[in-house]
Unconditional design. Structure first.
Length: 247
């Protein structure tokens, strides 16, 4: 199993690289790219929130607590005196950070259903919904954030699986096959619940057409670049082959 540091580092580097690529191809503004980078990094931590002692669990619940506190303050700030709003926000944060976290830790099992591709899909959809409905971001940005969360979480599962192969000794550890899975088939009820939740999430999400359109705009530029790179590579290989035959 890859540790927290490895997961954070890999997720940061990959989502940073992809964020820059999105910026370079005109798919994202600098602000979008920054949000995508954060979303990908957060996605890289999400599958381990089912591990009771993990730093990922505490980070995610701190963020969630801050979100709840912010929402409570935003909702009540015009109707209640400031000290009550502050008290309410603090209470909301503490409730999420300690009570909800303890409940969550009690009901989840490490490497259970939340450490699966199906759960990643749900994380992505929830990110789209929060970005669009709660933070009032544009459709394109909301789907971009959801996509990066999904990508980060999937990289996490892949990384755990890679780490279950002992590369030095070429042995396969017992944990092989437990990290990257479609779902936890031992839990058919929970699988169905996650599937229904993901589909409901998709149904509540804004249409992805705006995002697809911007991809359409960026693709010609991207494929032009690819064609160039491929022809360069072929020419280089041809040269190498000729040089080899000449020897
Ligand atoms: Zn993991």
């Amino acid at each position: 199993m890859a540790d927290f540091k490895t997961h954070t580092l890999v997720a940061t580097v990959i989502s940073g690289g992809l964020g820059v690529a999105a910026l370079a191809t005109g798919l994202a503004t600098p602000a979008d790219a920054f949000c995508y980078w954060l979303a990908g990094t957060l996605g890289g931590l999400l599958p381990d929130i089912d591990s009771d002692e993990s730093l990922a669990l505490r980070i995610v619940f701190r963020l969630f607590g801050a979100l709840v506190a912010g929402l409570l303050a935003f909702y009540w700030m015009t109707t209640l005196p400031a000290w009550q709003v502050a008290g309410l926000a603090c209470a909301g944060y503490l409730l999420v950070r300690f009570v909800l976290l303890a409940l969550f830790a009690r009901v989840t099992v490490h490497r259970g259903i939340l450490h699966s591709l199906l759960a990643n899909l749900l994380f992505g959809v929830v990110a789209v919904l929060l970005s669009y409905h709660l933070f009032a971001l544009e459709v394109r940005q909301a789907w971009g954030i959801g996509g990066f969360v999904l990508m980060g979480a999937t990289v996490h599962l892949l990384l755990d699986e890679i780490y279950s192969v002992d590369l030095a000794g070429m042995r396969i550890k017992r944990s092989f096959g437990t990290a990257l899975k479609l779902t936890d088939w031992q839990q058919p009820g929970l699988t169905l619940l996650l599937l229904v939740a993901s589909l409901t999430g998709f149904w509540l999400s804004p249409g992805a057409s705006a995002w697809v359109q911007s991809l359409d705009l960026a693709l010609p530029a991207l494929s032009g670049m690819d064609a160039l790179a491929v022809s360069d590579l072929l020419a280089w290989l041809q040269k190498g082959w000729q040089a080899l035959r000449a020897v």
